[in-house]
Design a binder for this molecule. Structure first.
Ligand code: NAD
Length: 462
């Protein structure tokens, strides 16, 4: 078994971060000590009621479009920068049309280079580029709104959490269902003790993904469309030929180099009310069941059994949490506490089995609470929704704290990504020591805590 690759020292800072043609960005980050201190101080001050927040968006198509509209819906936000590697209508085009006074970029490094007037950055790119873009943005003192999962590796998630704290910026991961009445109500019911202390959790996603799973890399290459900057799309990942419809847009999810599979895609949503309600953070061990992975794609089904240290909301000193994903999957009925065997379960969601009852948290619908006698509780309290997008904008302007800040989203993402490491080693129990960031009993698994980066694109670690 090969020795684990050493983790980069957390204080290590690369001398050269970006390609040579980005001289001015290099210049601004070499003097980062001064620049960051100033900008963090400027932007963390309390804003006046009429002061505006200037934002830039990286990845304006796909989910990025609704992220941009969601944040820009805040009455005090100006969109001043737009960046997308695809200039066609569904990507940069529609954003440029709507926010016509914003500067346009195809390279996020240039956007950051010219970001003197920008206080907040939205990062809505594929997973593997979240940290490489967010980290230098935070180092420049920008507030960051970043898509889920927060990062592509556990190391990156830890770095994002550290960077947000170090630079004092406002952060929010976009697991926006957290702010929906359905999830807020579920968390409230647990905190109110409606099912008593929780004994075990089952979470699942039984939907049919449309992206490639369990296939080999296609051979050959297709011509790159003139509106796509394939070199920039690949960013920190190792270069490979362009193939139509295989990676960009959307289908990157199924590829290990870019996405995080079904657990990574949905874990930060479906496990979120479990983490929020029970205040769990880092698992101590996990074991996955999954077919052997193809070299480059993610699996089409997995089960990951985690063990977390107990909290004041759990019945025991440890809490078992099991994740299931496969088309049509749901947890074993005999494990579901007070839920009648003929009760219809949602296609995706969680069941929290408590001492006094069991809570079903559908993804996404209002929770259902089964009492000890297996009857459904009625007239439950309802907690109203808040706006996950404007919450971040408001917090940047001195309002109340965000709820999916990186201090919360970092550990949630780490747990999800540890599960994806487990999928690489089916049937093998992995022991996790969060303080040292070590999978203490498995050197080969430990190597997946971080990953190699394309030369010249190494992230700017804290
Ligand atoms: N919170 C949610 O409900 C939700 C829903 C869908 C997607 N997502 C997340 O949003 C992110 C994007 O997913 P998607 O489905 O929209 O992907 P996508 O591929 O459809 O869209 C990504 C957009 O980013 C652009 N882009 C890619 N690389 C870029 C780069 N280096 N610089 C600038 N622009 C770049 C693409 O051209 C495209 O416009 C992912 O992290 C995904 O997990 C979240």
């Amino acid at each position: 078994m090969p020795a684990p690759s050493p983790l980069p020292h957390l204080e290590w800072r690369p001398a050269v971060r970006h390609a040579k043609d980005r001289r001015s960005f290099l210049k601004s980050t070499t003097i980062a000590g001064t620049a960051i201190t100033l900008s963090a101080m400027q932007y963390s001050r309390v804003y006046g009621a009429n002061e505006r927040l200037q934002i830039a968006s990286v990845g304006t198509g796909g989910k990025g479009w609704s992220d941009l509209l969601g944040v820009a819906a805040s009455p005090n936000v100006d969109v001043v920068g737009l960046c997308d590697i695809d200039s066609s209508a569904k990507h940069l085009g529609q954003a440029a049309e709507k926010f016509s006074s914003a500067r346009q970029y195809d390279d996020w490094r240039r956007l950051l280079d010219e970001s003197g007037d920008v206080q907040g950055v939205l990062v809505s790119t594929p997973d593997f580029m979240h940290a490489p873009i967010s980290l230098p943005a935070m180092q420049l003192g920008k507030h960051v709104f970043c898509q889920k999962p927060l990062t592509h590796t556990v190391m990156e998630a830890r770095q994002m959490r550290k960077a947000a704290k170090k630079h004092g910026v406002v952060t929010q991961m976009c697991n926006q269902i957290q702010s929906h009445s359905a999830y807020r109500t579920a968390v409230h019911l647990i905190h109110e003790g409606m099912i008593g202390k929780v004994k075990e959790v089952h979470s699942w996603q039984g939907g049919q993904p449309s992206w490639p799973r369990h296939i080999p890399r296609p051979s050959g290459n297709d011509p790159v469309p003139s509106h796509v900057r394939w070199d920039l799309w690949q960013g920190v990942a190792m270069e490979r030929p362009y193939k139509i419809g295989m990676y960009h847009p959307f289908n990157w999810r199924g590829w290990q180099a870019y996405g995080t599979g079904q657990l990574g895609d949905f874990g930060c949503h479906i496990l979120d009310p479990v983490f929020k309600a029970l205040q769990i953070e880092s698992p101590t061990k996990l074991t996955a069941e999954a077919p052997e992975l193809m070299p480059e794609t993610w699996t089409d089904r997995s089960t990951v059994r985690y063990e977390f240290p107990g909290t004041k909301y759990t019945a025991e000193s440890t809490l078992p949490v099991t994740w299931y994903d496969a088309v049509g999957v749901s947890p074993p009925r005999e494990r579901l506490g007070h839920i009648p065997v003929d009760a219809k379960l949602p296609g995706a969601g969680s069941v929290l089995v408590g001492e006094k009852g069991s809570l079903v948290i559908p993804h996404v619908a209002m929770p259902q609470l089964y009492m000890a006698d297996q009857t459904l509780a009625e007239n439950l309290p309802v907690i109203s929704s808040v706006d996950h997008y404007t919450q971040w904008a408001d917090a940047c302007r001195g309002g109340a704290e965000t709820t999916s800040h990186f201090d919360y989203a970092g550990p949630l993402t780490e747990a999800v990504l540890l599960g994806t490491i487990g999928i690489r080693f089916p049937g093998q129990e992995l022991h996790w020591d969060t303080d040292s960031m070590q999978i203490t009993n498995h050197a080969e698994a430990q190597r997946w805590i971080t990953k190699p980066y394309r030369k010249g694109w190494e992230p700017a670690w804290v």
